[in-house]
Ligand binder design. Structure first.
Ligand SMILES: *[C@@H]1O[C@H](CO)[C@@H](O)[C@H](O)[C@H]1NC(C)=O
Ligand SMILES: *[C@@H]1O[C@H](CO)[C@@H](O)[C@H](O)[C@H]1NC(C)=O
Length: 234
């Protein structure tokens, strides 16, 4: 700082006007001390009024430097937060879509004497292995809002035979939505359930097949079950 003040005073002594842009172009003095410390710019201004423009420039430069440094620090922090949120979003990607059978021959799942989970064996997509093809359970990996959809289809096999197509969407064993169609008029029938639900980490979601119901399919994949994360909770 002493050097700056001396230079300022020298410029003043030679009667030169020191323009602010001179400092932006010929700024070579590093590091710059706090102007308020030691024999500072304020004092210099009081002692020699001719040095004022120089000292004001130094003060202004310091003020701008502090301001830009603070702005840069803040931007740095926001940037880190954005990168963190983005990587959390990437890690949280969740989606699966499954169908009843992988093989091409027409066959049916059920009927059973008890309620059972429909175990979809054909996997279109299973990001993060969230759907278990052994148990038929989707275990929620992150709390958030999920979109869930299932379509069921059944075929009685012949005209006038008994058709019992039913399924329930369950979360932790509790029915969220379901439908039953039991008759001898239709040989084939299907229905779809689509819901958006707020689910918590560890929740178990499954399609339950009530006792006596059956779902049939072939390579056409009429029976599908899908879910994906819409929004992750913080
Ligand atoms: C800029 O900010 C950082 C972080 O607060 C600080 O360590 C550094 O000394 C500052 N630099 C200047 C020139 O003010
Ligand atoms: C699926 O569930 C079975 C039975 O609980 C378990 O042994 C298996 O490890 C699970 N698979 C995955 C991919 O989590």
């Amino acid at each position: 700082m002493r050097a700056i003040v001396l230079l300022c005073l020298l410029h003043a002594a030679y009667g030169q006007t020191v323009e602010p842009d001179m400092f932006t172009q010929d700024y070579l003095w590093e590091p710059v001390d706090e102007p308020s410390q030691g024999p500072n710019a304020d004092n210099a201004c009081e002692v020699d009024r001719g040095s004022c423009s120089c000292c004001h420039s130094v003060r202004e430069m310091h003020r701008l430097k502090t301001y830009f440094n603070a702005s840069l620090n803040e931007l740095d922090m926001l940037y880190s937060q954005t990168i963190q949120s983005f990587s959390k979003m990437k890690d949280g990607r969740t989606a699966f879509s499954v169908a009843l059978f992988s093989s091409g021959n027409f066959k049916c799942f059920g009927p059973f004497t008890n309620n059972v989970n429909v175990v979809y064996e054909h996997v279109f997509l299973n990001l993060g292995d969230v759907y278990n093809t052994t148990t038929g359970i989707f275990t929620v990996p992150h709390s958030g809002v999920y979109s869930l959809a299932l379509t069921v289809y059944s075929d009685a096999g012949s005209q006038g035979a008994s058709l019992v197509v039913c399924a329930n969407l369950q979360v932790n064993g509790i029915v969220v939505s379901g439908s039953t169609d039991s008759n001898t008029q239709d040989q084939e029938d299907s229905f779809t359930i689509a819901v958006a639900l707020e689910l918590n980490t560890g929740d178990e979601v499954a399609v339950s097949l009530p006792a006596g119901c059956f779902l049939c399919d072939d390579i056409s994949h009429y029976n599908t079950f899908s879910a994906f994360l819409l929004y992750c909770n913080e």
